[in-house]
Design a protein around this ligand. Sequence first.
Ligand code: GLC
Ligand code: GLC
Length: 811
Amino acid sequence: MRFGHFDDERKEYVITDPRTPYPWINFLGCEEFYSIVTNTAGGYSFFKDARLRRITRYRYNNVPADDGGKYFYINEKGKIWSPGWKPVKRELDRYSCRHGMGYTVVTGEVDQLEAEVLYMVPLGFRGEVQRVKLTNRGGSKRAFSLFSFVEWCLWDALDDASNFQRNFSTGQVEVVGPTIYHKTEFRERRDHYAFYTVNEEIAGLDTDREAFLGLYNGFDAPDAVVECRARDSRAHGWSPVASHHLEIELEPGQEKQLVYVLGYVEVPPGKKFTGHQVINKGSAEAMMERFRTPADVGAAFDELAAFWNDLLSVYRLEHPEPELNRAVNTWNQYQCMVTFNFSRSASLFESGIGRGMGFRDSNQDLIGFVHQVPDRARERILDIAATQFEDGGAYHQYQPLTKKGNDAVGRNFNDDPLWLILSTDEYLRETGDWSILEEMVPFDNDVNNKASLFEHLKRSFYHVVHNLGPHGLPLIGRADWNDCLNLNCFSETPGESFQTTENREGGVAESVFIAGMFVLYGEAYAEICRRLGKADEARKAKGHIREMKEVIDAHGWDGRWFVRAYDHFGERVGSDERDEGKIFIESQGMCIMAGVGLEDGRARQALDSVKERLDCPFGIVLHNPAFTGYIVKYGEISSYPEGYKENAGIFCHNNPWIMIAETMLGNGDAAWDYFRKICPPYLEEISELHRTEPYVYAQMIAGKDAHKPGEAKNSWLTGTAAWNYYAITQFILGIRVHYDGLEINPVIPSAWEGYSVTRKFRGATYHIGVSNPSRVSSGVKAITLNGEPLEGRLVPVREAGSINEVRVVMG
Ligand code: GLC
Ligand code: GLC
């Protein structure tokens, strides 16, 4: 069952039933000011950091779900409703929510009165702008009241949700005309405040939550709205809010537009006040001035659309299947940019008070957006590298506001350093900007201790070489990619962190996954060395890689698939010797992507085992059989009930590793089958089961052993976005970025006739037409570039500004 449809022309998903199986959200903002908005106008805003600079309040895991947001209420002669259906939940004659690129439009209609609210964060603006359009579609004159509503958060979202003994006494506001300023803690050390305003005269306002709602009401029936009378309240402590009351009259056919601005302001030191405790409103007034009229909003909207069109123009696919086009051209790329902006901080599954930016996650996210924002990707690589330690190890995460690493979620995840090679390598391939390797980058953010980025990559590589275990495989440390395979932890205490605890000395557990990674990204490192003219270092690196391959051959192969790891006692994890967790996806994907077993049939055998044991109608599960009880020597992985999360859930993040592995064997049908199974637009029909948004990937879909296989959780903020984008664009559609050009190698279902891609690459444009007359799934018979036949599959870098025609014939 569907709850809406794609509008491909406008790049929107249009929700037509407000009762989606879970709130379906969108993200606004791509610079400093961010909002989350749900399909019923729920959500919140923050500045840069969802925990430390939360602007409006949100209550997670609330009852009912998704209560609290940027609400509007209409009261027409006692008939009360909200354009987004919630919070009032009065049935609407018409409802739609259009989630678009960086904006959302919620529209409701009751008795021929239409109310449309556009929510957006304009470019270069520290605030959210809301344009409310009211239209009288009826034949008689209407008179009604419109109430707006936001609830302020007292800045630190964790403290706001816990420190009530203090927070109920600190809240402060200031009011000037229709503008409500939230200035809690500005009197002391904060240099920032927020405001909410409307470009129209008001009939009244409220700034105190209890006065507006009434102590015993929910958001669905505020006293002020029900009685159609703002209280003109002033918050002193308790919970400051901002609500405007407008009285509106509309002739038949008449339309009226209002502009609301929710802004964030920082005041320079020494300029905080203009009078005793009177805040300096200069910047706020300038922001209001920028959005005085609906035309101002329209201009900003067009600017935002142009910005997104440009970002999405780098890779354009034309394929007979609309589902694939909308995934590749719009929604997958959009999701990649959202992970760039939001990392893992704030969604409906990430509370904004938990994790900072992951070292591992951020490097992987980068392969999904480097083609869109290469300059910002460059900056991101340097930020991440600056948190690395001298020995090549890494903090597992850093805080975006300070850019400093911390140990809050542990350290010594021994896969972390290698991901820096992946991101840098993809950056080099995309941009050809080798100067990044010469940038001087601190270790552990110590400006007195710097080395070139190249040196950081070298340390990443040797961090593995210097941390080998008893079999010569890489030591796993706290964990590798699978945060929950905690082989050195041994936790028996409830609540103890699996990621920061090590209850036994001298962890010797080893990872075959990291071994595969070392071969894959080690090769990339060696190639970088070679291209830099460091032939000796390249040779040396190759030697280490060769040795690692030998170790994988000796200890990493279980007979029909790759072993996953060796535990603390030197026993195999992911082996036919075990009753549960016999085979894991990660080492199959990573070893084969690294080319291990391609020549001697082991890769094919491992992939056949994946198909046989891990595949299911909803995707590839993480391992099989699932763990049916807690195993202290394995840790968190066995803490989850069967089929969920790391215990044999479908972790969509690493399904693409198997897709890529299949393409390496030329098996386009299998790669495509895996891709299609988890690709959101293809799941629209099963929205009821899948539950999360049909326009973005979820981190996890419940696996075949779960109570409800196929049910997704944790949508949006996941490495799944980047890896699937990488797999489809570069390995299935086969337009692979290469240091010297574009390497063309489609590996597709044999039934496909062809497709075309427009790729912008280093300033030039390539129109690439792929045709498949003999219905093969891999193999390139001929390529022409601007009419001239090419030797091999590499389309060389062409002059910036040039437009090039590339014809590819498969066979
Ligand atoms: C989460 C983490 C990621 C990890 C994965 C598997 O998605 O963000 O770093 O690799 O879980 O445990
Ligand atoms: C939990 C999750 C895992 C995530 C980790 C982050 O263990 O299961 O997916 O990576 O938390 O610390």
